[in-house]
Write a protein that binds this ligand. Structure first.
Ligand code: NDP
Ligand code: HSE
Length: 440
């Protein structure tokens, strides 16, 4: 059979990783796909740059639009990243009848509804396994392996860079900026690393997972997003003393009022497997009503782990090239005309437990004032830790863990506590989840 001809847009970390994996495992991959996969064209901005992958036999071009307009190319692999020109390239490839594979979560989370509608109309596939959790086959697992379940919630560490930073801060006491620079050098970080540390990248991925889990449209703008830059080494240490780890968690949960869609640093009990997912590794815990909790773990970023997911999509596309489009697995797991309009809950209505860190004057009655405010708002305390004041200071750090309470009440409590004359500075708040089966 004739080889399937593909064009790759972008020869960076993932583009080159994909070429290397296809070069090394080409024969094995062809045996699986049923046809050889041949890269005929690839693009990069700087054609003079030396690439860590073999490009002999591939026509290199500076203009990626040449590839999406090349009649010879059947499958376009978009590995440029960002919103534009990626969106225009993908839409033009679809309009030209080409199947598309992308690792671009920003593109899918923000423009996915438009892209999938265009692909549906044109009868082509858009595959995006590499867009979420790097090499972990989470999209395929949720879209195909768990179709018998009503998904209740999912929680994941889905940004390798921020997990790498938090791990290095905890284990080696390293400085935030130095670890971020290393993540950039290793090719883990986004072109704009603020996407990683501010939680935007994780929210892009969560948006995709939530759509697949609950059969809702992609709604990135509704996600609550908080990054890791306000986490201090002291918070990491206090959390450890109380038996918890701080992880940047992405959570989607179905509740009676709607769907929770949130990304924020979270205390997790140390005994949970997810609390022990370190470095650039990712993990996604999905709770289905029939199967119970399922945990997937693996490399969340990096050239070849991500290429592993890109190539899996390529094989899927090649295998289904001749399948009637109406019989293919729907892009977002549910048939496009069967999506639900479940609302996304505003953060004020989300219920979680909390870790609070505050600094109080070391004098009698302070704790009583704080606990009164919490009690008045129906917030019950799970643990309190009062630390020694630093040398020569009379301000003591107080750490409080609370039971579950709706965020609106916690906002009010924090505002009242900050108004106490005995409290210095603002109250630091980190949400806490036990991640037990029934989300209690
Ligand atoms: P890189 O920055 O390493 O590579 C991007 C490539 O696209 C480069 O070859 C670059 O050319 C080219 N490019 C950049 N901007 C333009 C533009 N405006 N027009 C044309 N070409 C352009 O990115 P990655 O390989 O790291 O990421 C690619 C995609 O994969 C992104 O969507 C990213 O989010 C996603 N991803 C990345 C992972 C990772 O671990 N790196 C993991 C999972 C997903 P040149 O080389 O000449 O500069
Ligand atoms: N910047 C992303 C991360 C790449 O660190 O997880 C993988 O999507």
């Amino acid at each position: 059979m004739k080889p399937v001809k593909i064009g790759i847009l972008g020869l960076g970390t993932v583009g080159c990783g994909t070429i290397n994996v296809l070069a090394r495992n080409g024969q094995e991959i062809a045996r699986r796909a049923g046809r050889e996969i041949k890269i005929v064209q690839a693009s990069a901005r700087d054609l003079k740059k030396k690439r860590p992958c073999p490009t002999e036999g591939i026509r290199l071009v500076a203009d990626p639009f040449e590839i999406v307009r090349n009649a010879e190319v059947e499958v376009v692999v978009e590995l440029i990243g960002g919103y534009d020109p990626a969106r225009s390239l993908v839409l033009e490839a679809i309009a030209n009848g080409k199947h598309v594979i992308t690792a671009n979560k920003a593109l899918i989370a923000v423009h996915g509804n438009e892209i999938f509608a265009a692909a549906q109309k044109r009868g082509v596939m858009v595959a995006f396994e590499a867009a979420v959790a790097g090499g972990i086959p989470i999209i395929k697992t949720m879209r195909e392996g768990l179709t018998g379940n009503r998904i209740e919630w999912l929680a994941g560490i889905i940004n390798g860079t921020s997990n790498f930073i938090l791990t290095e801060m905890r284990d080696r006491g390293r400085d935030f900026a130095a670890v971020l620079a290393e993540a950039q050098r290793l090719g883990y970080a986004e072109a704009d690393p603020a996407f990683d540390v501010d939680g935007i990248d994780a929210a892009h991925k969560l948006t995709i997972l939530a759509a697949i889990a609950f059969g809702i449209p992609l709604q990135f703008k509704q996600a609550y997003i908080e990054g890791i830059s306000r986490i201090t080494r002291a918070d990491v240490q206090y959390a450890e003393e109380l038996g918890y780890r701080i992880k940047q968690l992405a959570i989607a949960r179905r509740t009676d009022g709607g769907v929770e869609l949130r990304v924020h640093p979270t205390l997790i009990p140390q005994r949970r497997i997810v609390a022990n997912v370190d470095g650039v590794m990712n993990a996604v815990l999905v709770k289905g009503d029939a199967v119970g909790p399922v945990l997937l773990y693996g490399a969340g970023a990096g050239a070849e782990p991500t290429a592993s997911a890109v190539v899996a999509d390529l094989v899927d596309v090649v295998r289904t090239l001749t399948v009637d489009p109406t019989n293919r697995v729907p892009h977002l797991a549910f048939q496009p005309d069967a999506l639900s309009d479940l609302p996304i809950l505003p953060m004020e209505r989300v219920e979680t437990s909390y870790y609070l860190r505050l600094h109080a004057l070391d004098r009698p009655g302070v704790l009583a004032d704080i606990t009164r405010i919490l009690g008045d708002l129906g917030i019950s305390i799970e643990a309190i830790l009062q630390k020694e004041p630093a040398e020569g200071e009379n301000v003591v750090p107080i750490i409080i863990l609370t039971h579950r309470v709706v965020e609106r009440n916690m906002n009010e409590a924090i505002s009242r506590i900050e108004q106490l004359a005995s409290i210095k500075g603002s109250v630091a708040r980190i949400r806490l989840e036990h991640l037990n089966r029934d989300w209690k």
